[in-house]
Ligand binder design. Structure first.
Ligand SMILES: Cc1cc2nc3c(=O)[nH]c(=O)nc-3n(C[C@H](O)[C@H](O)[C@H](O)COP(=O)(O)OP(=O)(O)OC[C@H]3O[C@@H](n4cnc5c(N)ncnc54)[C@H](O)[C@@H]3O)c2cc1C
Length: 265
C-alpha cells in the first residue's frame, strides 16, 4: 500500500469539498473493496476521505410506500432491520447473503453501488426495484445509474447520500454464488409492483442489466412457468474460471424461475 493522507470529515459538505480536489482523493466507506484495491496497489489515492463520522449518512426510514436507506448503512443493518424485513423482505434477505459476517459488518450500501462490481448483489435490488440513488447533487433513477464494468453515472467527487426503494407488491432475489467469496456468479432480482414487473440480472454480464423478455412474460402472467421458457443469449456475458458464458446464460433462466417461485411464497 502506498502512503496517503487520511481525512475524517464531520459532514457531507466537508467530504465533497475534499473529494472534488481530484481523482486521487477517494471516499472511503466500509473499505471492503477500496482497501483491498489499495493493498494490491490497483488504487493509490493521495488522500482518503473516511465517511465513518458523518452520522446523517446512516440509517433506515420507512414510510408506507418507500424505504430510504442511508449510504453508510452497513449490509448487516439492512439484513436485520425490522422496517426493511417488513416492507421489502427480499432486500433484507439479499443483504444477508452478501459475503461473510465481517464483510456485512463493514460494507455499505453506498460503497457497493459506487463500486458497481459486476458480481455485486445490491445493484440487482436497486435496478430490480426501480430505486432512486440520491447524491449530494441530484436524484438518479436506477435505470440511468449503472453504466458498465465498475462504471456509474456518478461524477468525480459526487457522493451518494441515500437510496430510496419503492415498496413492491412482491419481490425475491435468488443467486448462484461463488462458494469462496459469495459474490454472484448469477443473481436475479424479480419485483412486481403497481408500475409493472422488473427483472434485474447481476453477475452474468459486465454490469447489472434488465431482462426485458422475462419482464414481458411475467407481466402477462406472474408465474415460474412464464420465465422457464425464456432463454438468455450468451453473447456478451462473462466467461471466466468460475463459469462460461453459456453456463451463465442457462443460470439466468434457472435463477429467474426460482426467484419467481420465492416471490409467490
Ligand atoms: C471477501 C469479500 C466478499 C464479498 N462478497 C460480496 C458478495 O457476496 N456480494 C456483494 O455484493 N459484495 C461482496 N463484497 C463487496 C462488499 O459488499 C463491499 O462492501 C462493497 O463492494 C463496497 O462497499 P464498501 O462500503 O466497503 O465501500 P469501499 O470499499 O469503502 O468503497 C468502494 C468504492 O466506492 C466509493 N464510495 C464509497 N462510498 C461512497 C459514497 N457514499 N458515495 C460515492 N462513492 C462512494 C469509494 O470511493 C470506492 O471507490 C465482498 C467483499 C469482500 C472483501
Amino acid at each position: 500500500m502506498h502512503p496517503f493522507i487520511y481525512h475524517r470529515p464531520a459532514n457531507v459538505n466537508d467530504a465533497v469539498t475534499l473529494a472534488a480536489k481530484g481523482p486521487d482523493h477517494k471516499l472511503l466507506a466500509g473499505g471492503q473493496s477500496l482497501v483491498q484495491a489499495m493493498k494490491l496497489r490497483l488504487s493509490s489515492p493521495s488522500d482518503v476521505i473516511d465517511l465513518g463520522s458523518i452520522k446523517d449518512l446512516s440509517g433506515i426510514k420507512a414510510s408506507g410506500s418507500e424505504v430510504t436507506i442511508g449510504a453508510m448503512t452497513r449490509h448487516a443493518e439492512v439484513e436485520k432491520s425490522p422496517e426493511v424485513r417488513k416492507a421489502i423482505p427480499a432486500l433484507a434477505a439479499l443483504a444477508g447473503q452478501i459475503g461473510d459476517r465481517q464483510v456485512r459488518a463493514m460494507g455499505t450500501l453506498g460503497g457497493a453501488l459506487a463500486n458497481n462490481d459486476p458480481a455485486a448483489d445490491y445493484p440487482a435490488a436497486v435496478l430490480g426495484l426501480g430505486a432512486t440513488i440520491v447524491t449530494n447533487k441530484r436524484r438518479i433513477p436506477a435505470d440511468e445509474f449503472f453504466k458498465g464494468l465498475f462504471e456509474t453515472a456518478l461524477a468525480q467527487g459526487e457522493l451518494i447520500t441515500s437510496v430510496v426503494f419503492p415498496v413492491p407488491k412482491r419481490a425475491a432475489y435468488t443467486k448462484f454464488k461463488n462458494q469462496a467469496s459469495r459474490f454472484a456468479i448469477v443473481g436475479v432480482f424479480v419485483a412486481e409492483s403497481s408500475s409493472g414487473v422488473r427483472v434485474a440480472v447481476t453477475g452474468a454480464g459486465p454490469c447489472v442489466f434488465r431482462q426485458k423478455d422475462m419482464e414481458k412474460a411475467l407481466a402477462a402472467k406472474f408465474s415460474p412457468e412464464s420465465v422457464a421458457g425464456v432463454k438468455q443469449a450468451a453473447s456478451g456475458l462473462n466467461s471466466d474460471l468460475h463459469a462460461g458464458a453459456e453456463y451463465r446464460a442457462h443460470l439466468v433462466t434457472v435463477m429467474a424461475k426460482r426467484a419467481v417461485e420465492n416471490a409467490l411464497k
